[in-house]
Design a protein around this ligand. Structure first.
Ligand code: ADE
Length: 227
């Protein structure tokens, strides 16, 4: 799966996506993160990509033209179908596991990271097909949001997580339940013991206990998930 990211800070994207599971997935050719610098498509000699808002007011607005040209540049190298174009913005629908699942079915995604007061509205009308927020708070720019989306989607791409089962058990993947608690060695840490059932070797009972724990945890920590 290919993520094209239109950004003023391509190194933020490249660097963050080069580590851990995403880095490994990229090396294995399972995902590709193509960060495109919007500034490379500025037309004036100062490399200008933003300007003062019409009508006045504080802050700057990202100009439509450099984003449009960067988008056209990406389209020249994509497959026949135009990929979805996602603008990361607090005005979008809030990213959830089902949305990540839906996006993971795509071959390519184009992500646009905004800065300052945001984008000239006309570029949104012209090319954006979906607006996604990563939560009800405001970031300084769209890059951390794009990285969150890339991470959540990539781990659903076949082969990215070593064991196919490992994302099926997890929080949110089944019936909106949180994951059960995990323990590893030693059996006692500062007087706290690992629940005996986990040491019993009884797989059926362990599975039952874990399911119970998932339900209890969801009720205690995130009752909103099952409303
Ligand atoms: N850009 C700024 N804030 C954002 C948010 N909450 N989600 C996505 N993109 C953003």
């Amino acid at each position: 799966m290919i993520f094209h990211v239109l950004t003023l800070f391509p190194e933020m994207i490249r660097e963050a996506a080069s580590h851990s599971i995403l880095g490994r997935a990229a090396k294995a050719g399972l995902i590709e993160v193509n960060a495109v610098n919007i500034r490379d498509f500025a037309v004036n000699k100062h490399g200008q990509v933003d300007d003062a808002p019409y009508g006045g007011g504080a802050g700057m607005v990202m100009m439509a033209q450099p984003i449009y040209d960067a988008y056209q540049h990406i389209l020249q190298n994509t497959s026949d179908q135009t990929p979805p174009v996602i603008y990361l913005s607090p005005q979008g629908r809030v990213l959830t596991q089902p949305i990540a699942q839906e996006l993971s079915q795509q071959k390519e995604l184009i992500l646009i990271c905004g800065h300052y007061e945001g984008l000239d509205e006309r570029i949104i009308e012209e090319i954006v097909t979906d607006e996604i927020s990563i939560g009800n708070y405001v970031l300084t720019g769209g890059e951390p949001a794009a990285l969150v989306l890339i991470d959540a989607v990539s781990r659903l791409v076949q082969g990215v997580l070593g064991k196919e089962a490992s994302h099926q058990d997890e929080s949110f993947s089944t019936e909106n339940l949180l994951e059960y608690p995990h323990y590893t060695r030693p059996p006692i840490f500062r007087g706290r013991e690992v629940p005996e059932i986990l040491l019993s070797g009884h797989h059926g009972k362990i599975a039952e206990w874990r399911q119970e724990q998932s339900i209890k945890r969801t009720q205690a920590k995130r009752p909103d998930l099952n409303q």
